[in-house]
Structures are given as structure tokens and as C-alpha cells.
Write a protein that binds this ligand. Structure first.
Ligand code: CA2
Length: 150
């Protein structure tokens, strides 16, 4: 008898200030709102047959708690830690609790910006980093994860 395969679950985490997308700094972050980005990720997820949930917070501890709560519950993580990318050992340590593929996404190319944005505390504990491709970066991350965990 064929075994029933569990639908793969992917969590998308957005860090501080990303709730302001579409309202300021379109030169760096484009004109789409976070809601619109999440909708397009979920539309693509439906096509790929994976389940996506999305979470945004401006608080480091809440992001850590969301990652902790996902341990053993998800098959992949997409994370844009925003400014915490460059500061947060706590989020790095939380990511290390996961044993699933993790894709770090940035809308802007952090390596072309101010030197303090060049270092990521997440990059070397993530499976991959996508940076500078705007909202499409989340879709590429989702497609890559869906293939990796299929
Ligand atoms: O390019 C990215 O995705 C970043 O993660 C965005 C962060 C920045 O600190 C990282 O270096 C790169 C900032 C997100 C702030 O988002 C805003 C959106 C609209 C208006 C103002 C800020």
C-alpha cells in the first residue's frame, strides 16, 4: 500500500521594519508591501504543493521564539533577519537548533551597501543566501527549498 506523504512545511520569517515595505526606501526595497510579498510566496507554494506560513516581528526575542517553536515542525526555513542579520548571535544560535535547510534572503544586495551590512551572522549557518534580487528572491528560495526537501 502506498504511504501517505506529509505536506512539506516551510516557514518564512521577516525581521524588523520589513512591515514598512512599500512605504519608504523603494530604491533599496522596492514598492511591494510585505502582505503582497507573502501572498506571492503563498501562491507559488500552492503551485509547488508545499505549505507556507509567514511571520514578521520587530523584536529579536520574538524571532528567536518563532524559530524555537518551529524546531521539529518545519521542513525548511526562509529568513530575512533584516538589521538583525548584522548583529544577532541569538538568531544565529536559534537557526542552529534547526536541522532543516535554511535560505537567508535579502531584498537588497547587502554586499553592495555600507560595510556594516556586509557581514551576516546567519550566512555560514544557512544553506544558502539570496541577496539583491528583490521580492523574487523569496520565490527562488521557496523553489530551491521545495526541490531540496521533495
Ligand atoms: O535587503 C534586505 O532585505 C535587508 O535585510 C533589509 C534590512 C537591512 O537592515 C538589511 O541590511 C538588508 C532593512 C529592512 C528595512 O525595511 C524597510 C522597509 C521600508 C522602509 C524602511 C525600511
Amino acid at each position: 500500500m502506498a504511504q501517505t506523504q506529509q505536506v512539506k512545511r516551510i516557514l518564512v520569517i521577516h525581521g524588523p521594519n520589513l512591515n514598512m515595505l512599500g512605504k519608504r526606501e523603494p530604491e533599496h526595497y522596492g514598492s511591494q508591501s510585505l502582505g503582497a510579498i507573502d501572498r506571492s510566496i503563498k501562491d507559488r507554494a500552492r503551485e509547488l504543493g508545499v505549505e507556507v506560513s509567514a511571520f514578521q516581528s520587530n523584536h529579536e526575542g520574538e524571532l528567536v521564539e518563532a524559530i524555537q517553536a518551529a524546531v521539529g515542525q518545519i521542513d525548511g526555513l526562509i529568513i530575512n533577519p533584516a538589521a538583525f542579520t548584522h548583529t544577532s548571535v541569538a538568531i544565529r544560535d536559534a537557526v542552529l537548533l534547526l536541522d532543516v535547510p535554511v535560505v537567508e534572503v535579502h531584498l537588497s544586495n547587502i554586499h553592495k551597501r555600507e560595510p556594516f551590512r556586509h557581514h551576516s551572522y546567519i550566512a555560514d549557518v544557512a544553506t544558502a543566501q539570496i541577496t539583491g534580487l528583490g521580492p523574487a528572491g523569496y520565490i527562488y528560495a521557496l523553489e530551491a527549498l521545495a526541490e531540496m526537501i521533495a
